[in-house]
Write a protein that binds this ligand. Structure first.
Ligand code: SAH
Ligand code: SF4
Ligand code: F3S
Length: 438
């Protein structure tokens, strides 16, 4: 196969897709493809898609519409759809979009090189299996190229929780953890290539259980073992579910220095009635108690969450309970969404909340969350934090990095990308902080 082909990947959705896109690019690297950020010069375009809300899925079809232009100009351009829309609607995409050459689900992208061989021979290829084999093992070792200082590492995939609104259990399949030793091997390899911070990824990453002959490996044990890797300075994990929290993970936030003081713990709603209908199997109260335990272990923990407003049959009273919970917890960061009915999920069968009402609730919730985010940023002013430098800023001598609490921080320094510097925060801007090296 020609060795100078160009691959353009566009990534939608969650961090897991970001990680998968990197791995797909690496797998195609073995076939002589190098990545480009210009679709017009690509020999293959891959859309790594997200199915979580209607808008996310629609983007794929409008993007495919745009891609038609490139295909018209370059008939041997190949177009592939990967990720969660591929999994959910692969057959339909093939039917409706004759210019799509390849559809690959999130659990079978290690087969991409073989599929591409078929595509290059003029066929169309679809693979949306949930194969038995471990795709990560079937992928080549990650190449030794230098890396940005912060990296994602998927340790757990899939979901068995079946929240009534969510497509993930259908698009990503059942919960599976990667064996600890493979995760550790990949982490050491990343560190050798310049990575200083690793974010462990999973749909429910705290349900991680990568047992081996030495016994059970929960997420806390994995984090403690990673903390012993020289050169790895920071560890994060996301996303957690309130039901899978082990005591040792909470303890690790108090005694594991490399574990950063940030926790993304989605609650979705503050109303027990709605939580029950969502099949969340925790209550607002049990969630708040859990947060208290984290804060006892690590008082400066910055909390992040996800919320859905306008879930079927949500009343104003239910929504008020969500606002109450937000006021009680105090979030440094949060994501809030208007409920989107997803085909095949149980909630999609239920009566919807009036659109204007749902929009209004979303606005009110976001106003409160924005106020809390500003307050949390403001509270950092005067404090000293670690900042991992990730890229040069816009002006000479400027750098941008992430604080321990995951705030973007702008500063002037002679230090290099990948350095971890101590910084005093001097100002809070809209979405970032400014600091001075101490
Ligand atoms: N596994 C993670 C979240 C995965 S999806 C968890 O359980 O927390 C990310 C977020 O998208 C969810 O937390 C939820 O807030 C939102 N979401 C999922 N399905 C949705 C839907 N049908 N409509 C609106 N928001 C949704
Ligand atoms: Fe979706 Fe619920 Fe699973 Fe999260 S826990 S991925 S919201 S089903
Ligand atoms: Fe979207 Fe799939 Fe992630 S649906 S949020 S890309 S798991």
């Amino acid at each position: 196969m020609a060795s100078d082909k160009k691959l353009y990947i566009k990534t939608y959705g969650c961090q897991m897709n970001v990680y998968d896109s990197e791995r797909m690019a690496e797998a195609m690297g073995g076939q002589g493809y190098t990545q480009t950020d210009r679709p017009e010069e690509a020999d293959m375009i891959l859309l790594n898609t997200c199915h979580i809300r209607e808008k996310a899925a629609e983007k794929v079809y409008s993007e495919l519409g745009r891609m038609k232009v490139f295909k018209a100009e370059k008939p041997d351009l190949k177009i592939g759809v990967a990720g969660c829309v591929a999994q959910a609607e692969g057959e339909e995409i093939m039917r409706r979009q004759p210019m799509v050459d390849l559809v690959v689900g999130p659990q079978s992208y290690h087969r991409l090189p073989e599929m591409n061989a078929a595509v290059q021979a003029g066929k169309r290829a679809v693979d949306t299996d949930f194969p038995e084999e471990d795709k990560f093992e079937h992928l080549k070792a990650r190449p030794k190229a230098a890396r940005a200082p912060a990296a994602f590492l998927t340790v757990q995939e899939g979901c068995d929780k079946f929240c009534a609104f969510c497509v993930v259990p259908y698009t990503r399949g059942a919960e599976v953890s990667r064996p600890a030793e493979r995760v550790l091997r990949e982490a050491r390899d990343l560190v050798e290539r310049g990575v200083r911070e690793i974010t462990l990824l999973g749909q429910n990453v705290n349900a991680y259980h990568g047992g081996d002959e030495t016994g059970d490996w929960g997420l806390a044990r994995l984090i403690r073992e990673l903390a012993r890797v020289d050169g790895l300075e920071r560890i994060r994990y996301t996303t957690s579910h309130p039901n899978d929290m082990e005591d040792d993970l909470i303890a690790a936030h108090g005694d594991c220095e490399k574990l950063m003081p940030y926790l993304h713990l989605p609650v979705q709603s503050g109303s027990d009635r709605i939580l029950k209908r969502m099949n969340r199997s925790h209550t607002a109260e049990s969630y708040v108690r859990l947060i208290e335990r984290f804060r006892d272990a690590r008082p400066d923990l910055l909390l992040s969450g996800d919320f859905i407003v306008g879930f079927p049959e949500e009343t104003e009273e239910d929504f008020q309970a969500t606002l109450d919970l937000v006021r009680e917890v105090g979030y440094g960061q949060a994501y809030s969404f208007k409920y989107s009915a997803r085909p095949g999920t149980p909630a999609a069968e239920r009566p919807v909340v009036d659109e204007a009402e749902a929009n209004d609730r979303l606005q009110r919730l976001q106003a409160l969350l924005t106020e809390q985010q500003r307050a949390a940023q403001q509270a950092m002013v005067g404090r000293e934090v670690g900042v991992l430098l990730e890229k040069p800023g816009r002006m000479a001598g400027q750098m941008v990095g992430k604080s321990d609490h995951l705030h973007a921080v702008h500063l002037t320094t002679g230090a290099a990308v990948g350095d971890l510097v101590r910084v005093r925060i001097v100002e809070s801007m809209t979405n970032s902080l400014t600091g001075e090296v101490v």
